[in-house]
Write a protein that binds this ligand. Sequence first.
Ligand code: ADP
Ligand code: MG
Length: 860
Amino acid sequence: MAAEAKMTPMMAQYHEIKAQYPDAFLFYRLGDFYEMFFDDALKAAKILEITLTSRNKKADNPIPMCGVPYHSAKDYIKRLIESGNKVAICEQVEDPKLTKGMVKREVVQVITPGTLIEEEALEVKENNYLVALRQEGQTFYLAAIDVSTGEIKVTQTPRPAQLFSELYALKPSEMVVDSSLDTEVKDQINQQLAIYLSSFDLTDQTEVGTQWVLDQASPQEASLLNLLLAYLYSIQKQALGHLQPVVRYALADYLQMNHFAKSQLELTKSLRTGRKKGSLLWLIDHTKTAMGGRMLHQWLEKPLIDEGILRQRHQQVAQLMSAYFERLDLIAAFETVYDLERLVTRISLGTAHARDVDHLRQSLGQIPHINRILDGLNASQNQVLFEGLPDFQELYQLIDTVLADEPPISVTEGNIIRSGYHEELDQYRDALANGHQWLAELQQRERDRTGLKTLKVGYNKVFGYYIEMSRLQSANFDDPRYIRKQTLSNAERFITEELKQLETTILGAQEKATQLEYQLFTELRQAIAAYTGQLQTLASQIASLDVLANFASLSEREDYCQPELVAEAKSFQLEASRHPALEKLIGKAAFVPNDFVLLPDQPLLLLTGPNMSGKSTYMRQIAFCVILNQIGCFVPAKSAKLPIVDKIFTRIGASDDISSGQSTFMVEMMETNVALREATPRSLLLFDEIGRGTATFDGMALAEAILYYLAQEVQAATVFSTHYHELTDLSTKLPVLRNIHVGATEQKGQVVFLHKILEGAADKSYGIHVAKLAGLPQSLLVQSQEVLQELESNSQWLRRQEPESDGQLSLFDLPATKPSPKVLREDQEQVLKQLAALDINQLTPLQALEGLAAMQDQLK
Ligand code: ADP
Ligand code: MG
């Protein structure tokens, strides 16, 4: 308490402000520094690696303190935000020179992860979303805003799983929730998604900028948007004039994939690194503009199911692909189109500098050229395949008359306004130019007068204009007009009355000119801000052209084909399809293309083949073809006929899936459950080795039961891969099931994978061959071969014994005449049972060896 009593007025003010922003680092402005105190200081010093000092060092309780210079604060703020924090900027809002006592301070802006607009803080080709979530009854309402582009959208879903998948797709950097949200939901979001949560409640006084428009917003949507915008207002402290009209979307209007499927397919990020590199997006993204890159990302997160739009996109890609030179022209034009969405945001918020406006001018300057190219593309088709861009020449002219060519970034140092635009500015500039002339003349006159040929007139920011001569010259120099100004080690500087007058004129003109330039620039910026909405539309038109041209180039370079959309569900025909990433990795020559034929009367494909033969690869490439088709791109195949798929369920293991312990059997079963329950006849199911994660017998039992369920209940297009080649017998009982397998042959006892998909069932599983490839000891391999032969000769017996032992029905229908079992010793029987129960896929070589040794011991 004693400390409080002694608290200085400044610390009292600090505490008062800090209390309003408990969850943010408070950057408290003191002179040229932002200072932090107490806990903020302790934490920030660590994160920013800056020196921790203290205030009132001599007092009993010194206050921990650290600070950053205000001119380099940006970098520090960025680092705090990146490590998941908020920063509240507290400025002096009165001029200290005019104030007696404490200067008034206020928080002028709060910077949070989800509300960044600074160009340097954002990924160019990524959106940065702030989302708001509310739950009303059973329904979740979700709104997402990218403050840097002005995009706002809302959706709703009654299903938590769908909500989570959508959150994974949006990858928001911050979420606003009010106290009405269930704590359980909040906790789950915290644990699973690790999104930065900001709690905020609407009060009656909360001011909301009501620029947003959503036709027929429901009361729930309205309160959600209110929450989002009120929160934004509370931290930005200014109305946001650049927000686009709110878009409502339904999750069912897009190809549905949950986040498990997306992450297993590595659509937008690599499983291993979590980064874009290595993902499908990375592979196909060669867009030229930032907004094109963001749009492609959005398309890939949400492929379409709308046949009309897809047909149009395919047609556009085809046309761009065939019109080679036009496409190159178009792509070249996009090189000079800047990030219009974010530019417009900065212009509207008044933070754009002169270089930004120049970038806008250059971008707009491309429009006539782009439109000529589009005209050409349309003319050769005799139809309007590509809608022209609005021409914006009025705005272009406006900018071009005002803004100088190649202006500097700074808006306070002049040279940003074109000469001839403003009379008064031109006069100042004349004065400046003349001033330079006058200075040159003055220098000449003084040289003549004094006879000192090296005397010169110079300028220095601190001392202003001066006449300089060497120390030697000044030693014998005596002229009452010359007033000594500054002494250097080898020179002497003077001023004269005449020079002083010139200085006043020149510097006055300079200052007035820069002030005027700044004012004219702000006026220009405001004038451009009036075009915000139209420019945002332009940005999205250019973005989609960029993506389509990118599809065309990709398809040409990688030899993709235009898919034909077929109306009938469950009717797929891919001729010589390829895995787009693997073929790039190993080269076109090494990759073996495969057909994929699935027809409505036999929609259930059972895919067998040894480990490492290419089952997972095949299933992935099918998924990629379907997805690429449904974002409007061509597909990696020689020819393709594809239906529009409404949902994709995948359970595709990465090659190191099991060993890395990434997927537990439980997760696998949960995903299977979702797929079986939610698939429709238009869905595509890709099940890779379901049941592999548990012991052989119950894994196989589950796999068989799932196949029955798929055949009888689900009836969606399905590829089901398994290494249990015993399951292939099911085709005799399930007419909708067709066997296919990946070919492998043996050459001189070595297995050779052909990676070729063939009709029919695989004849064996080649497990021991794979073990051989992996380099297991020769003696072990020989022994396992012997055990296998023994097992195979007893297999019928084994199959019968196991289920009967616990009185269950037989898993596999056995021939009516059962072979009479060999009589075995009890220890032999034990060993065989142990062997049968082994899950070879889960064993390390060492475990296998030890196991074998133990079995051998038992038999001795
Ligand atoms: P499986 O799922 O059957 O165990 P994968 O699909 O994981 O096998 O493939 C194993 C490896 O085989 C891949 O990493 C790849 O190098 C190679 N492979 C798979 N399919 C092909 C193909 N069509 N052409 C060439 N190599 C392939
Ligand atoms: Mg596999």
